[in-house]
Design a protein around this ligand. Sequence first.
Ligand SMILES: CC(C)(COP(=O)(O)OP(=O)(O)OC[C@H]1O[C@@H](n2cnc3c(N)ncnc32)[C@H](O)[C@@H]1OP(=O)(O)O)[C@@H](O)C(=O)NCCC(=O)NCCS
Length: 140
Amino acid sequence: MNVRRARSADLGGVAAIEASQAAAAGWSLRQFEAELEVESSVFLVAEEAGRLLGFAVARRHPPRLELLDIAVSSTRRGVGRALLEGLRAQAAGCARLTLEVSERNASALAFYRACGFRVVGRRPKFYNDGAGAVLMDLFR
Ligand SMILES: CC(C)(COP(=O)(O)OP(=O)(O)OC[C@H]1O[C@@H](n2cnc3c(N)ncnc32)[C@H](O)[C@@H]1OP(=O)(O)O)[C@@H](O)C(=O)NCCC(=O)NCCS
């Protein structure tokens, strides 16, 4: 598996993975296109034999790298972990990775905990469906 920076040719596949994962952030193709132009963005894809396996989007706000969205086409195959490792490798100047996740997204909460994130706060009734947000941090 190879983790690299996203390019415009990847975005159809990225949007398809996003649409297939209801728990992801729900970005549109247009949002992913715009993200490629954002200076502070770290937008990575994982691929194998030319097939897109997942993506992660983060933004650098030193000393913080904020994870905005991550999704994989097929779960529990190590793709999410590889993407997070890729983000960490590109996070020079950022001592901390931060994110927020729905308290109802048990898979993502388990994934982030397994990758070393810890809960640092909560925002009650944060999302449109009434779920609270869990704020998590990882120190590099
Ligand atoms: C969250 C997500 C990106 C994780 O990616 P993944 O490729 O499935 O994760 P990995 O295979 O790298 O998992 C690494 C470890 O995390 C833990 N983990 C991952 N998913 C888990 C689950 N559903 N239940 C319990 N533990 C889990 C495990 O410890 C796992 O290691 P193991 O499989 O060797 O036991 C993926 O589930 C996904 O795309 N979810 C839908 C979108 C989403 O919710 N995004 C996050 C919010 S924006």
